[in-house]
Design a protein around this ligand. Structure first.
Ligand SMILES: Cc1cc2nc3c(=O)[nH]c(=O)nc-3n(C[C@H](O)[C@H](O)[C@H](O)COP(=O)(O)OP(=O)(O)OC[C@H]3O[C@@H](n4cnc5c(N)ncnc54)[C@H](O)[C@@H]3O)c2cc1C
Length: 363
């Protein structure tokens, strides 16, 4: 006998959690599946001052898992500029490792009444009036689940949308190579720096450590010597980031895809894609978590107001997602072009050309 639920939310990142909380509070029976990706290494995240409030996380909770960040230093298309959060009405920014943040958020969803299934992946979906889903537990055993509605909040993997053969538009193939090293100093500011062959960021995270990442394309990562050469490459090609990495530091390096993408279809009968599964912009945008939360809430609201006499609610949601992605991509294209004019290197010239697709895109 399959397990039954009204809404199956696939993925317990910020988008899935926000949707699950909104739906549970409105009295819907929600099952929140998570494959457990947070157990693998995650890049450090910078939360601008107003994001914790949007996450529903207060200062004390955040202080236990994150590092307060008094400002940022950005060297993009000219000399480094310093920005202090001292006078920001929302207070300072925060730097956080995702594992702790995600655990906190999942606890919120459970407290709101969602049935949370950790270590459980969606592996199949078939439309049969509602949805007949196949899920796989951490022990490899498969089980059936019936859901009226599915929200695909599985991040860049878009696990549900892919079972429906939905494609994706990718203006670029950027990757992030990232590591966490001991911090060279007590400077808590966030650093962002453009170099000739990509851009870097470094965020101090709890435990006197520094999370750093290089955003580039796979060819240039290989040409630089691959992931093992990350720290040496930081020292050779950056100034601000290199100054924060202690001499002789060594650490495991992970690589993830991080380019922008827009799902070709964001909704269909009884399903919606949410957060990064619907659309994402490269991390330069710095709004990924906020965007995921907002879409999670909006998608949940669409589910709540949808009725037979309002069939267009999901389509309106999908149009808003596409519009927002295009706006964010245009901003990114403008920033990449600024860097291209300042750095005049093949990486920036190729990136600016590849991104032209977004600047000409329309609804
Ligand atoms: C290098 C890098 C740096 C970034 N830095 C920042 C930053 O500083 N600030 C910021 O705001 N944003 C940043 N982002 C963006 C941010 O990480 C994402 O936008 C955000 O995590 C999206 O949230 P989500 O809930 O949509 O997806 P995710 O956070 O990716 O969550 C998806 C969840 O789905 C689960 N899942 C996957 N497949 C399945 C399946 N088959 N079945 C069940 N569950 C599944 C995973 O386990 C995961 O928990 C960064 C991204 C990258 C790549």
């Amino acid at each position: 006998m399959p397990v039954r639920t009204e809404v199956c939310v696939v993925g317990a990142g910020p988008a899935g959690v926000a949707a699950a909380i909104t739906l549970s509070r409105a009295g819907r029976a929600v099952t929140l599946l998570d494959a457990g990706q947070a157990a693998s290494p995650q890049p450090g995240h910078h939360l601008p001052p107003d994001v914790p409030a949007a996450l529903g996380v207060d200062r004390d909770e955040l202080a236990a898992i994150a590092q307060p960040c008094p400002g940022r230093v950005v060297a993009w298309a000219g000399p480094a500029a310093d920005h202090s959060y001292l006078f920001d009405p929302a207070g300072c920014a925060w730097n956080v490792e995702r594992t702790a943040l995600d655990a906190l958020l999942v606890g919120r969803a459970a407290a709101a009444g969602a049935r949370v299934c950790p270590g459980t992946s969606l592996v199949g979906a078939r439309r049969d009036g509602g949805w007949e889903l196949t899920v796989r537990g951490a022990d490899g055993a498969e089980a059936a689940m019936r859901a009226e509605t599915v929200l695909d909040a599985s991040g860049r993997r878009a696990a549900f949308a892919r079972t429906q053969g939905v494609g994706v538009l990718r203006p670029d193939r950027l990757v992030a190579a990232f590591a966490v090293v001991p911090a060279a100093d007590a400077d808590r500011r966030f650093v962002l720096e453009a170099a000739a062959d990509g851009w870097w960021y470094a965020v101090p995270v709890p435990g006197a450590r520094l999370a750093l990442a290089w955003i580039t394309d796979p060819q240039r990562l290989r040409a630089a010597g691959g992931r093992r050469a990350l720290l040496a490459h930081a020292r050779a090609t950056t100034e601000l980031v290199a100054a924060r990495v202690p001499g002789g530091a060594d650490a495991p390096v992970s690589v993830v895809a991080c380019g922008s993408a827009l799902r070709e279809t964001i909704t269909g009968p009884g399903w919606l894609a949410v957060g990064d599964a619907a659309a994402h912009v490269d991390p330069l945008w710095g709004q990924g978590l906020r965007h995921a939360l907002e879409l999670g809430v909006r998608a949940a609201e669409a589910v709540l107001v949808r009725a037979p006499d309002r069939p267009g609610v999901f389509t309106v949601y999908a149009a808003a997602v596409r519009r927002q992605w295009l706006e964010a991509e245009r901003t990114r294209v403008a920033l990449y072009r600024e860097a291209a004019s300042a750095h005049a290197s093949p990486f920036w010239e190729e990136s600016a050309r590849a991104l032209a697709i977004a600047s000409t895109g329309s609804e």
